[in-house]
Design a protein around this ligand. Structure first.
Ligand code: HEM
Length: 413
């Protein structure tokens, strides 16, 4: 259990935080400007500049549309015939391959059905104790004696990649390479060549693993994928590579940032930290509130398939539509005092996991991973607090948001 192979489990062959371009942008608080723009109109046509990476204009396409309102975001996601997911083919198709994220119905339904049984909450229970808790305990073992740690570098950044690696049944010696490819693939927007090279390396790597699992299936996701069948159809090798590559940005980057955001909120709200510490049954509402308040994924995309309108604003066929999930989750018309983190608030519905047919496939896994991480930190570190001798952390970034460090102190037990 805890304490075995610690050096291997935590080894990352380079310090990703040294590579500024893989981490995130530097915008600290886009919300005052977002509130201003939403008050003008929940739907804007034309370029919007909220800082780095936020302008999706393309001179070859109709003017882009940006949606800031909660109800309007839900309306778009509900109408997946007018608003297509095919927009992702151009953005990520070249690196990820063809994934369910870019498919429309009915193709999407079949692709999702092939893999969805693995992500049902019941199935995840088996991963909880003997997989996620083990990973988190090992990470904690490596710093507990010190009485202080940076929870981003030493826990949240490392555990989701290791959890995915274990779910895929990868050998331990391969973790450092896998984590590096995961980081390089996820940061493809910052370095295209490096992202493509990682994508090719992952394909070759997975090809070898799949061959092994075909001849000797195990209790892991890759073994399930090579055998999966819906309506008599099996997944092709290319479809499996694409899905496995999608799991990295979809399942690693998001969970690490979401767990960091919840920890940040708790560390800066002592009463809510204590409430959760004393009553772990509050976890579900604490996590959902942190996704509303600072979700790691702030924007998703769609493309209009025909001329239409939203909140009275005309949208041209072919226009790219940016749905600002972060803005929708702080819509004054839906939430009282939306900039405030409050896990006891009455309205808890949010769009941090998206909505409709493409709603996050990994949401039960993300909730479970984050719960196990936070409970294990509570159990092992006690009531940890921000390190008074370290600079106060902050959340930053635009498309992805989270703190880059969370220095804490605790009485080691
Ligand atoms: C807190 C963590 C997470 C957040 C905030 C998040 C957010 C999202 C969002 C917003 C979407 C919708 C994208 C769209 O409609 O354009 C999505 C889809 C998806 N997510 Fe997550 N995600 C998280 C964790 C995970 C995990 C752990 C996995 C799997 C290991 C995962 C796998 C997926 C997949 C496969 C899709 C595509 C579903 C489809 O197209 O039908 N996600 N996620």
């Amino acid at each position: 259990m805890a304490g075995t192979d610690t050096a291997d489990a935590t080894a990352v062959p380079f310090d990703p935080f040294e590579l500024k371009d893989v981490v995130s942008g530097t915008i600290r608080d886009p919300f005052p400007r977002i509130h201003e723009l939403r008050r003008e109109s929940p739907v804007h046509v034309g370029p919007i500049d909220l800082g780095e990476g936020s302008d999706i204009s393309n001179p070859n396409r109709p003017l882009p549309v940006t949606v800031f309102g909660f109800d309007e975001v839900v309306q778009v996601l509900r109408d997946n015939e007018t608003f297509s997911s095919s927009v992702y083919a151009g953005v990520m198709g070249a690196v990820m391959g063809r994934t369910m994220l870019q498919m429309d119905e009915p193709e999407h339904r079949i692709a999702r059905a092939m893999v969805s049984s693995t992500f049902r909450s019941k199935v995840l229970e088996r991963w909880e104790g003997d997989l996620v808790a083990v990973v988190v305990n090992e990470l904690i073992d490596s710093f507990i004696e010190r009485g202080r740690a940076d929870l981003v570098r030493e826990v949240t950044f490392n555990f989701p990649a290791q959890v995915i690696a274990r779910i895929l049944g990868l050998p331990r010696d391969d973790y450092p390479a896998f984590q590096r490819w995961a980081i390089e693939l996820t940061s493809v927007a910052a370095n295209w060549e490096r992202g493509l090279a990682a994508s090719a390396a992952l394909r070759d790597y997975f090809a070898g693993v799949m061959e092994e699992r075909r001849s000797a299936p195990g209790d892991d996701l890759i073994s399930e994928l090579v055998q999966a069948e819906v309506d008599g159809t099996k997944l092709t090798d290319e479809e499996i590579y694409s899905f496995l590559r999608l799991l990295l940005p979809a399942g690693v980057e998001t969970t690490y940032r979401a767990t960091g955001n919840l920890l940040f909120a708790l560390l800066n709200n002592k009463e809510q930290f204590d409430a959760l510490y004393d009553d772990r049954s509050l976890y579900a509402q604490a996590f959902e509130e942190s996704l509303r308040w600072e979700g790691p994924v702030t924007v998703i995309l769609r493309r209009a398939t025909r001329d239409t309108e939203l909140a009275g604003v005309p949208i041209a066929a072919g226009a790219d539509v940016a749905l600002l999930l972060g803005a929708a989750n702080r819509d004054h018309r839906k939430f009282d005092d939306p900039d405030h983190f409050d896990m006891f608030r009455a309205v808890r519905q949010h769009v941090g996991f998206g909505f409709g047919v493409h709603v996050c496939l990994g949401m039960h896994l993300a909730r479970m991973e984050s719960r196990v991480a936070i409970n294990t930190l509570f159990d092992r570190l006690g009531r940890f607090t921000l390190d008074p001798d370290a600079p106060a952390p902050h959340i930053e970034g635009m498309a992805f948001r989270s703190p880059l460090s969370l220095p804490v102190v605790f009485d080691a037990r």
